[in-house]
Design a protein around this ligand. Structure first.
Ligand SMILES: [Zn+2]
Length: 165
């Protein structure tokens, strides 16, 4: 499951294809939409596999903007702020065990998830929350990194326009 982005007229191999799984794609697309809404506006379906995208001229303009962000340290700053924001989110209740840490439904009983976790073996306890009753927020599953922006910028620059599929 992911986003396959194809260059329409690639100038080099790096412009042929870019892929992020769904977890990586969302924060990357959000960065572009939040920081460069005007440059992104040629594509309205950033979050779907509908083959929407930017044309060649729009792609070069976006690549210029991303490279400028990268050089200025703006992407690093965004990455740090993003990570801090995610880290500050409260842990979420576990619905598999009603936040008890023990899963007492049929599946839970079958796999001994209804017994407290044994720290020595790591066995037992709810499989949704490792027996803790709470789990990391969903937002923690959506990573953002400067390196991912750098790779996408290089793709966009050489893509000759692209389609998100
Ligand atoms: Zn649980």
């Amino acid at each position: 499951m992911g986003m396959d982005v194809f260059g329409k007229a690639p100038a080099s191999e790096v412009g042929e294809y870019f892929r992020n799984n769904v977890w990586w794609w969302r924060p990357l697309a959000d960065y572009i939409l939040n920081v460069h809404p005007d440059l992104a506006s040629g594509c309205t379906e950033w979050h779907s596999n509908s083959a929407d995208g930017l044309d060649a001229a729009e792609s070069v303009a976006l690549a210029d903007a991303l490279d400028a962000d990268l050089s200025a340290g703006a992407v690093d700053a965004y990455q740090a702020a993003y990570a801090a924001e995610v880290a500050a989110l409260p842990r979420e209740a576990c619905d598999l065990c009603d936040s008890t840490g023990l899963r007492t439904d049929q599946i839970g009983k079958q796999h001994s998830y209804d017994k407290p976790r044994d720290p020595a073996t790591g066995l037992g306890g709810c499989n949704g929350c490792a027996g803790e009753g709470t789990r990391a927020p969903w937002a923690a599953s959506y990573p953002f990194s400067t390196e991912n922006v750098r790779e996408f910028a290089a793709f966009v620059r050489a893509s000759g326009g692209f389609e998100i599929c």
